[in-house]
Design a protein around this ligand. Structure first.
Ligand code: DQA
Length: 153
């Protein structure tokens, strides 16, 4: 099982950005935890961070070329502020048709009004919020469990 993990804009600043909301771990530290957790669950992850909408869309498009021998590919995405208005990222996820989980470090429902709306959620199978970096780990768990449920036999 291969999982692409995309971190959207400003998440490269984790560790110094609004630490009371997002915690003190840097993205590099979180990525190490994600890789180790995935390994424990028998999955491998590819990690990608970008601040630009088009680059994120190009990365999502790479999932369309998935290996037919490895049908359990999945996407975990924290679209950052694009969550709230990027119909282009929404459409890219829908177009590639790969199971996607939307994650957020913070609880987007419990913050400013503009954050409570996700235009990405309707094309994702699951949304996990408010658990800090552990949101990513729960997303891995969900994807691995879901793959187990849908595997024939
Ligand atoms: C975030 C929530 C977004 O509203 C915000 O713009 C971010 C981070 C989160 O992980 O909590 O950049 O996606």
């Amino acid at each position: 099982m291969k999982i692409l993990v995309i971190h959207g804009p400003n998440l490269n600043l984790l560790g110094t950005r609004n630490t009371e909301i997002y915690g003190t771990r840097t993205l590099a530290e979180i990525n190490v935890i994600i890789v180790e957790h995935a390994k424990k669950r028998g999955a491998t992850v590819t990690l990608y961070q970008n601040n630009h909408e088009g680059n994120i869309i190009d990365k999502i498009h790479e999932l369309a070329a998935k290996d037919p021998q490895d049908p359990h590919q999945a996407l975990i995405i924290n679209p950052g502020a694009y969550t709230h208005y990027s119909f282009a990222i929404r459409d890219a996820i829908e177009a590639v048709g790969v199971p996607a989980v939307e994650v957020h470090l913070s609880d987007i429902q419990a913050r400013e009004e503009f954050r409570s709306r996700s235009v990405i959620a309707p094309v994702c199978r699951q949304q996990i919020v408010g658990l800090g970096y552990q949101s990513y780990l729960r997303a891995i768990d969900w994807i691995v469990a879901e793959a187990g449920r849908s595997r024939p036999g």
